[in-house]
Design a protein around this ligand. Structure first.
Ligand code: ADE
Length: 225
């Protein structure tokens, strides 16, 4: 998979890819991440990428031309499955969207800044608009990092244990059950007996029950669809 990320501050999202699982995925060539600075696509001598809103109002708008130049250059070099715009008014990210995106080959992610992008960018180029939650960030970069992380960990070979992404919370619309490691007793708190029993069927049943109970208590909305 190749992900091209377009931003006015690409430095803001480099560090998540320089450590741990994402870094290893890149080193193993399971994913390639390419950053593009929008200012490299301006024609004006001021390297202007934003301008005042037509109709007035506070906040600058990202201009269509530099974004057009950048996306068009990328699209002339290879085919892209999706051109995603990170925006608080997009579809709210969930595990099912990440699962689908993890199967794609090439993706462009466009990070908005200021008030956002000129509507014509969305009309001309964007195939999917994604929000990472009902709150406003100062730009789309952190949202793009979140989206990349949730996608990349699903690519086969990225996680050491192939089954671990499949048993993640949300994969079956359930939250995860409680988990424990050594010691078996800590400050009078004991690990549930069944987990020490060695009886796999009973352990699986207990985990299923706990996952369902936790979901009913904390996220009953997940059980509705
Ligand atoms: N840009 C600003 N806020 C955002 C959000 N919540 N999700 C995605 N992109 C954003």
């Amino acid at each position: 998979m190749r992900i091209d990320i377009i931003s006015v501050v690409p430095d803001l999202l480099k560090s998540p890819f320089e450590a741990s699982i994402l870094r290893r995925a890149i080193e193993k060539n399971l994913v390639e991440i390419c950053f593009h600075n929008l200012r490299d696509y301006t024609t004006s001598s001021y390297k202007q990428i934003d301008d005042y809103q037509y109709g007035g109002g506070a906040g600058m708008v990202m201009m269509v031309e530099p974004i057009d130049k950048c996306i068009s250059k990328l699209q002339s070099e290879r085919n892209y499955d999706e051109v995603i715009y990170l925006t608080p008014d997009g579809e709210v990210l969930n595990q099912s969207i990440s699962n689908q995106l993890s199967l794609k080959g090439n993706i462009i992610m466009l990070c908005g800044h200021y008030k956002g992008v000129d509507q014509r960018v969305r009309d001309l180029f964007i195939t999917k608009e994604i929000s990472i939650g009902d709150y406003v960030l100062s730009g789309g970069e952190l949202a793009a990092a979140v989206l990349c992380d949730s996608i990349i960990r699903l690519i086969p070979g990225v996680l050491g244990n192939e089954t671990s992404a499949l048993t993640d919370a949300f994969q079956d619309n359930l939250l995860s059950p409680p988990i424990y490691t050594r010691p078996s007793t800590y400050k009078n708190l004991k690990v549930p007996e069944v987990l020490l029993s060695g009886h796999q069927k009973k352990i699986d049943d207990w985990r299923d029950e706990q996952a369902l109970q936790r979901t009913k208590d904390r996220r009953p909305d997940l059980l509705e669809d």
